[in-house]
Structures are given as C-alpha cells and as structure tokens.
Design a protein around this ligand. Sequence first.
Ligand code: GLU
Length: 435
Amino acid sequence: MSSNKASQTSAYYKEPGPKLDKESPFESMMERFRFAADILKLDEGMFQYLARPVKQVIVSIPVVMDNGKIEVFEGYRVIHDNVLGPSKGGIRFAPDVNLDEVKALASWMTWKCAVVNVPFGGAKGGVRCDPKKLSQSELERLTRRYTANLLEVFGPDRDIPAPDMNTNEQVMAWIMDTYSMNQQRTETAVVTGKPIILGGSQGRREATGRGVVTCTLAALSKIGMMPNKSSVVVQGFGNVGSVSAELMYEQGAKVIAVSDISGGYLNKEGLDIPAMIRYMKENNNSLEGYSEADKISNEELLELECDVLIPAAKEDQISRHNADKIKAKIIAEGANGPVTANADSILEQKGIMVIPDILANAGGVTVSYFEWVQDRQGYFWTEERVNRRLNRMMRSAFDNLYKVSGEYSITLRQAAYVYAIDKVAATLKLRGIYA
Ligand code: GLU
C-alpha cells in the first residue's frame, strides 16, 4: 500500500447527513468501510461485493417450554464472507438481537480476522430471546433446535460458531453435540469456545480480555506511559471486562471504576479487582451490593477522568451525545461497536487514541483459531504456549496498524479497515469470481 493522505470526496464517501438518535450498527460499519474503500480507491464492483453479506439465514425455532407450551423464537446466522477461509463468529442470545445488528457484527468478524491474520471469513449468529427467563433445559432445547436448523450452514470447513453475548461453554457443547449426532461422528472443530474437556483450548475464556490488555499496554507505551502509573475505567464486568480489569490490575494499574448491569462502582484510590471478581462469583454473577466503592451510573462512569477507558459491555455506548465528555487518553474497545461512527471524529478531535474493536477484542477469535487448529490436529497446547502466541499475534497486529495509521495519517480504526479491506480485496482478486 502506498502512502496516501485520506480524502473524503469519492463516490463511496457519503456525508453522514442528518444524525439519527440511535445509530444503526450496520450503518456505522458501512461509514467506516466507505472511508477505507475511498482511501484504497477500491474498485466499485469489489466495493459492492464486500459491502453485502454472502448469506443471511433467518430461522424459526420452536421450543417446548417447561410448562408444555410451544414458544417460537427467531434466530439468525449471517455469513459476511468466506474469502480468507471458513467463516467464523459468535452467537448471541439477547432480547434485542436483530438482523441489522447481526449483519454488522458479521462484517466486523471479516475485518477482525483479517486484522490479526487469522485465515477465516466473518459470520455472526443470534437468537432473539431473554436467556435470563429461560430454564437450563429450555436453553438447551433452543440451542439444539437452532443448530439443527443450521446444519447445512455450519461445519468445520464451512462456518464455525463461538460464544458471544450470553452464550458460554455449555451452549457450545450443545452445538458440538447436536452437529456431531447428525454427522454420526464427533466433530469438535465445528465450534470453538468449548469446555476444555471437550476439545476446548486453554486460555480461550480469558483470550479476549488478554488481547485487550496486550493492545492497551502497547498503546500506553506509544504515549510514553507506564501501566503502573495509569488509571483505568472498565465498563462491563463480564468475560471481557473482568479479565481486562484483572490483568490491568496485575500490571499495577489503578482500576478506579468498573460497572455491570447493576451500575458503576468507583474508588479513586483503586478498586480491589480480585476481591470484586470473588464477590461477583459468590453473588450470582452480579456486583449488586458491593460496598467497598461509591455507586455511580454507567453514564457517569464513561465520563470519568482516567488514562484508559475499556468499554466492554455492548454497542453504541459512546455516541455523538457523550463523546465530547469523554476524558480518557486511550479507549480500548473490548466490546464490538461501543463507539458509533458519529462519535469517531469527535474523539479524534479530542486527541483520544481509540484501539478499535476489530483489533482490541480480536484475542477471542485468535484463540478460537488456535482451538480449531488443535482440534484438527488432535494435539493440545499448554496455556503458556497459547498465551505466548496470542500475545505475539496481537502485538504484531497492533504494531502493523500503528504503522499503517502513520503512513496514511489516519486513525487506528481507519487503519484497521484499510488494512483489512485491502487484504480481503487482494485475496478475492486472486481467487476471482466463480461464474
Ligand atoms: N464472539 C467473539 C467476537 O466477537 C468471538 C468470535 C469467535 O471466536 O469466533 O470476536
């Protein structure tokens, strides 16, 4: 790629136009995609190809509930592309899952895999349901029927699901079993994020948070800051947020605030993160009632004075409504899409370094790739080996994008899109269009 300062005037670049209150995640993704396509002077046909998912499946999932009544849920699987390899991406269970969101998330998986040089395309799935209202056996029936409806889509060489919001190792075990029963052989590589005993990988559960921290440490060093002199705020205390908070705490950082759905917890002297994790585990996975901190709202938490802000909860948390009030020096996007496209330029003007989701949280899919490799080889690695390789891949992806951002005078997010789109487009060009 040659050096080329960004211009925003091509056919692809649409002025954002009147701002909507709630930004569509797919439109947020497209806005960034257009910007990068413009820099790359991407051929119009290539643009059209990469803008659309190759497959979008909507399934109806009837479940016999514990009370004997049938309830029908809606499920989705979107394959954005399979240019670099089989498509890869998690499955989320949430009441507000919809096709627009799943399409955006599937595209992000394509760019994410390209950014960390993992040989997968991008996909995402979801079921619109409230998992908190389902019993364990209802959840199992829902998962198995969703998998059964997608037997022709999934496969270790075709499309490989993984955990995402509200899905866990147990859900992955049911997917693996349902697929395997239908194939009449055990096929562990059809899904990642499985329990270790079923062919899961050491370090997979912590991988996303670990990758967030690798990138955060790299970013801190770029701005000349020591981790043990930095203050950190983490939004979300699930798998990604709690591990990120814990690893930053282990680095000697002062984690001054964290939050979960029960709200935010602030202690300017620094929170005792291991104690909070213990508390959460003993308290039904909630921080509700934790007393060694001041209670604040999730909104207040985002606007705290700090060096590093890690939004690790959900989409659309930093938008044009509050971007102006963010005081962090670095934002490391643990969640997918926590900053809307409309907020990007506001943060850029404020000089905040944003480590984009498709880099910051790519540790999860990187270790998913390791898991798939291990399953296919039937040879399992130590946790130390997994973490070492993860660290190496994340660090080299960060350094690479940092270089691209310097070459084009663009943000890290724009650099991530430029690098990823260039890579996928170059691969597609070599493969050609099958007629
Ligand atoms: N759901 C995770 C993500 O958004 C992991 C995907 C995977 O491991 O395939 O990156």
